[in-house]
Ligand binder design. Structure first.
Ligand code: AKG
Length: 283
């Protein structure tokens, strides 16, 4: 499926922007309908069965692994947050799909807390470091109660460069004070600043946890995803851009020198969504 509902190109509201800036995340309810949830979840579970049988899956390059998920990269109810925050010269630089079945034995408190972006957190020298990317987390199973492998965050921590954690990863360590498990229904979305300190929690429930994560950054930030094997004919021009196939493939194009041949710029322009008060939306 290429696209599920017609885009309306409405930007995020001023209140949402303020909340995102303050808390580092938003929870948006009922972004996907039941058909979309089922389609995405089935695609991920089919992939998982082939890859790992009934085990745990953490698979990078979500759409390359599960082409049926292409509609999630520019789903209108979710993607509006991305272009409102990051502008038009963007791509999915990192994505993954995850399946976590029930754990039967209590695990030690391993420290999984991190900010996204890998070496960005060592090599960028400012305090706070710049945002650089924003991620969408689509929930495809019911995590409406805690203990189901809920996405766990430290609200408002996105402007904090460092958290006191264990001296080494293999030392059990308690979660930071204020850690909050986000509860969500299947079809809900979390939009988060990559700097928000976050971690996966363990799933002790009988409900297998399924989620899809898409991180967006500027096209001048190298992508981590493998997108060479995609069937481009099945994608819209905006999806092709987001999945790393845009313009002439040159560094100059990725730099943003050619808005007129950058599909997302064209769509935003046609739909009157290039708000000049937001620097990333100016050509
Ligand atoms: O699976 C989760 O809940 C956490 C995902 C995560 O750590 C990430 O997207 O960087």
């Amino acid at each position: 499926m290429t696209q599920v509902i017609a885009p309306d190109w409405a930007p995020m509201t001023a209140e949402e922007r303020e909340q995102f800036d303050r808390d580092g995340y938003l929870v948006i309810r009922s972004v996907l309908d039941s058909t979309e949830i089922e389609m995405a979840r089935d695609a991920i579970l089919r992939f998982r069965e082939k890859a790992v049988g009934t085990g745990t899956l953490h698979q990078l390059s979500a759409v390359t692994a599960c082409p049926e998920l292409a509609f999630l990269v520019d789903h209108p109810r979710a993607f509006r947050y991305i272009w409102s925050l990051l502008g038009w010269n963007i791509h999915v630089y990192h994505s993954h799909v995850d399946v976590h079945p029930r754990i039967h034995e209590k695990k030690p408190d391993w420290w999984h807390w991190h900010q996204d972006g890998g070496r960005q957190n060592r090599e960028l020298e400012t305090d706070p470091r710049p945002r650089m990317s924003v991620k969408l987390a689509y929930w495809l199973s019911d995590v409406s109660e805690t203990g189901r492998g809920n996405f766990t965050i430290l609200p408002g921590s996105h402007k904090t460069n460092w958290l006191p954690g264990p001296p080494k990863r293999d030392v059990p360590w308690p979660a930071p004070v204020g850690a909050t498990q986000i509860t969500a229904n299947a079809g809900d979305l979390v939009v988060f600043d990559r700097r928000l300190w976050h971690a996966r929690s363990d799933n002790y429930s009988p409900i297998t946890r399924v989620g899809a994560f898409f991180g967006y950054s500027y096209r001048w930030v190298a992508g981590r995803d493998e997108t060479a094997g995609l069937n481009l004919d099945a994608l819209t021009p905006v999806q092709r851009q987001l999945l790393g196939h845009c313009g002439d493939g040159s560094g100059d194009h990725a730099w943003g020198h050619y808005p007129e041949t950058t599909p997302l710029y064209g769509e935003l322009k046609r739909n009157g969504a290039l708000d000049g008060s937001i620097p990333a939306l100016i050509p």
